[in-house]
Design a binder for this molecule. Sequence first.
Ligand code: FPP
Length: 283
Amino acid sequence: MEPREAGTVEPVTQAALLERVERVRRQGRFPRHIAIIMDGNGRWAQRRGWPRVAGHRAGVRSVREIVRFAGDIGLEVLTLYAFSTENWRRPPAEVNALMQLLVEHIRTDLDELHRNGVQIRVIGDPDGLPPVARREVLRAVATTRDNSRMILVLALNYGGRWEIAAAARALARKAARGELDPERIDEALFAAHLQTAGLPDPDLLIRPSGELRVSNFLLWQIAYSEIWVTPVPWPEFRPQHLVEAIEGYARRERRFGGLGDAVPAGTAAPASPAAPGRGDQPC
Ligand code: FPP
């Protein structure tokens, strides 16, 4: 069955949403890791004649609601694309506003996140952030380091190509120092040098606001992710949309490059998929 168009359902109660998620879990098709490209803030605001930053502010409300709900449903890992290496090209006023919102969000929400057992991690280069944002982000990471209920990964000053180049550099340095035989570099070793080392790859990648792009997000890690695009802009994205995406994911058959021996959604991707040329076909 094809997924329903997101955003077409009536508002529903938290209890009803939890029951729907429970049904997915009982089927053994609950994702471990969901990654979201939080898109559409600017257009959402502009459609209302508001400044783009009003969209980002509304987007923070969505962040808060989705993080809370993800914790409620027992998601293991939630990754949010908050600021890309390309976002520096925006006007300085918008960049400053985004950094300010990030700082405000941490100052307002860190206590609650910590109480709720959320462990905050950052991927990307925090050293490239303005000093206050860098300080607050690192404080959030340090404060929540030992929490284990859910891992919230914030992609900040992040780019997939940047991350892959950094991993290649780290491996090359080890090889140059004679600590690593280049022949030992395989997919698992490469993945262990990414910033997401130790995390499961995203099972589900959600892109609100309708664009059909991956925008330099987790390029290595999404090799086998199921992609869910919804026209709902991020400022309107609510738990019910997350549940629709999870239900859509649960209806998918994940083949991981195989043929008819369909693997139900909820099955983890192979840590190191078969090398191309050994039956690994594009899905
Ligand atoms: C894309 O919308 C969104 C961003 C570049 C930033 C997302 C940031 C937040 C929601 C707030 C700060 C983050 C946290 C974690 C508190 P867009 O402006 O590209 O939308 P458009 O495509 O409609 O222009």
